[in-house]
Design a protein around this ligand. Structure first.
Ligand SMILES: [Zn+2]
Length: 79
């Protein structure tokens, strides 16, 4: 993974994702991204996060880097 791509956030809170990163991740104009906080880091991911078990987009929980929907968490609780 490359590092050292410095960008400044403008006065509206916007930041440009460098072309090299967009190209590496195949991110194109109008693609959706999601953002999450992990410790002190901002994680920007392609598309919506989906449940690691059923791939539902109705995410309620994050454990480490994995996302889980309410339904799957309820199913796990009943095991
Ligand atoms: Zn699920």
């Amino acid at each position: 993974m490359s590092k050292g791509n410095l960008s400044k956030i403008d006065n509206l809170g916007r930041v440009v994702i460098p072309k090299s990163i967009r190209k590496a991740l195949n991110i194109e104009h109008n693609d959706e991204i999601s953002m999450s906080v992990e410790g002190e880091n901002l994680i920007i991911s392609k598309g919506y996060q989906s449940c690691g078990i059923c791939e539902s987009k109705d995410i309620k929980f994050q454990i480490g880097k994995k996302f889980l929907c309410f339904k799957c968490v309820e199913n796990i609780k009943d095991l």
